[in-house]
Design a binder for this molecule. Structure first.
Ligand SMILES: NC(=O)c1ccc[n+]([C@@H]2O[C@H](COP(=O)([O-])OP(=O)(O)OC[C@H]3O[C@@H](n4cnc5c(N)ncnc54)[C@H](O)[C@@H]3O)[C@@H](O)[C@H]2O)c1
Length: 307
């Protein structure tokens, strides 16, 4: 298939060799707590430098004090100026002056007012759609800034001297499963896959890759204690934040992985707590695969055609 530069399903049942991560610089948005903190810890353990962009100063400063290789920048990812400053500060902090990896992790989950019924006799009220501001708009800002810095560092045409760079976006089980009562959150997580499917076709022009990590339930502050207790009480096995950290290293340390969504799962579904469910491509020889090929034929994949 023309311009196909994404890879086949990733073998997640292998030991991770993260030695190539040493002295690289990564940005992790929402890195002050929960899964973001797990990504930060995994990166630091692999010898990378990490810049955290988060609104939680207490959590961010705590990690900055704990690790010499961490810098915290107070940043609301849904605010363009904040994120532009985050990337500027990361470039200054990086010992090489380069940003190699960007993890667009900041995300929120709120009670979904799109689903809510106003009650008999009441008029529906305008729903709060702020989840979209953080989960989609914030991530699109991150994707734009990551592309800018990757192109600035690597140029616009493929060449052997380009240094590996990678954008990771965060999906969820809600990016591919039916999740009742959460149309807004689901929309934001399916959106991550839409962004990735577009970018995976062109990222290689600037020596870059784009992938998704989709965590299953992991106990963090994103949902209440009661919600997690309920999930466990009905017999659902949670996934582990540390497995998400290893999943990140698996993707970042292997420059052949592009255009994949890796699921961070309960251990009952995978020995290492993450696997490639192979949901990103259509079956070979299927009608939809050949329609996809026609869609790509006239598409502007190189930078020249973008302008
Ligand atoms: N925990 C889960 O079960 C689960 C499952 C699937 C996907 N996810 C996704 O993983 C990501 C991290 O979630 P988590 O569970 O660690 O949540 P969390 O609430 O524990 O941590 C989120 C972090 O993001 C920060 N943040 C929130 N909005 C921000 C903004 N506008 N700007 C900057 N920082 C912001 C918070 O301060 C916090 O540090 C999210 O994208 C979430 O949708 C989580």
């Amino acid at each position: 298939m023309a311009n196909l530069r994404y890879t086949s399903p990733v073998n997640c049942d292998v030991d991770v060799n993260a030695s190539s991560m040493k002295d690289k610089t990564a940005i992790v948005t929402g890195g002050a707590n929960g899964l973001g903190e797990a990504y930060v810890r995994a990166l630091i353990e692999a010898g990378a430098f990490v810049v955290i962009g988060d609104m939680d100063s207490d959590g961010g400063v705590k990690l900055e004090k704990e690790f010499k290789g961490v810098k915290f920048v107070n940043c609301d990812t849904s605010n363009w100026d904040d994120q532009a400053r985050l990337f500027q500060e990361a470039e200054s902090f990086s010992p090489t002056g380069k940003i190699h990896f960007v993890v667009a992790n900041a995300g929120i989950h709120r009670k979904d007012e799109v689903f809510a019924y106003a009650g008999d006799g009441n008029e529906p009220e305008k729903p709060d759609l702020s989840t979209i501001n953080v989960n989609i708009i914030g991530t699109l800002y991150t994707a734009k800034l990551a592309s800018h810095y990757f192109i600035k560092q690597n140029g616009q045409q493929p060449s052997p001297s380009q240094e590996d760079t990678c954008l990771i976006m965060i999906g969820s089980g809600a990016a591919f499963l039916d999740c009742p009562r959460a149309p807004q959150y689901c929309a934001t997580k399916w959106a991550m896959r839409g962004i990735m499917h577009s970018l995976r076709r062109t990222a290689f022009y600037y020596g870059s890759r784009v992938n998704i990590i989709s965590p299953w339930y992991v106990k963090t502050k994103i949902l209440s204690e009661e919600r997690f207790a309920h999930v466990k009480s009905v017999g659902v096995q949670l996934a582990e934040a540390s497995d998400a950290g290893q999943c990140l290293l698996r993707i970042l340390s292997d420059s052949t992985i592009n255009g994949r969504s890796i699921f961070v799962s309960g251990r009952k579904w995978s020995s290492r707590g993450y696997l490639d469910l192979d949901i990103d491509d259509y079956p070979q020889g299927s009608l939809i695969e050949s329609i996809q090929e026609d869609q790509i034929k006239p598409a502007p994949v190189d930078m020249g055609l973008f302008i």
